[in-house]
Design a protein around this ligand. Structure first.
Ligand SMILES: [Zn+2]
Length: 160
């Protein structure tokens, strides 16, 4: 099953099943499970304007993880970089994901700071990055643009 979110009237963000499963595997369903996260990797479709998340990086040994915090180590950009080289520069960096120990997740102040920093420091194509938060019961996705706009994406009808 894919997850499809509306970005603008002419653009959608699509998570393929593999990417969803990779993130859901780290859902914090028990009190002892720490936050997890990584980067989103995928494609900008040329014909439709849509953006597809094909895979995500998952927690690395070098990350610092706790119940209410996730510090992403540099290892994730190294992986993203090597996926980019392996796939003849077709794998794009699209954003960052992490989990929250709450059913219906909302971003913290720290999250928004982290995302702002990603927009100012990371190299990416286009004018925005995407930031899913994986809660216990649902995944919600926010977008932030290079000119500082910040909004939540609305989920579309389930597809496939
Ligand atoms: Zn968070």
């Amino acid at each position: 099953m894919k997850l499809v979110f509306r970005v603008t009237s002419s653009q959608r963000l699509i998570f393929v099943e593999q990417a969803i499963e990779q993130m859901l595997a780290f859902r914090q369903r028990s009190w002892w499970q720490a936050e997890a996260g990584g980067v989103l990797l995928g494609r900008h479709l040329l014909d439709t304007n849509d953006v597809v998340v094909d895979e995500v990086t998952t927690p690395q040994k070098s990350d610092r993880r706790s119940r209410f915090g996730f510090f992403r180590s540099k290892k994730h950009s190294t992986i993203a970089q090597s996926r980019w080289s392996e796939e003849a520069s077709t794998v794009a960096y699209l954003g960052l994901w992490h989990t929250h120990p709450e059913p219906d997740p909302t971003p913290s102040g720290v999250d928004r700071q982290d995302w702002k920093q990603a927009l100012s420091k990371d190299i990416f194509h286009g004018d925005m990055l995407f930031f899913p938060i994986v809660g216990i019961e649902r995944i919600r996705v926010w977008a932030m643009t290079t000119n500082g706009a910040f909004f939540e994406l609305k989920e579309e009808e389930k597809d496939g």
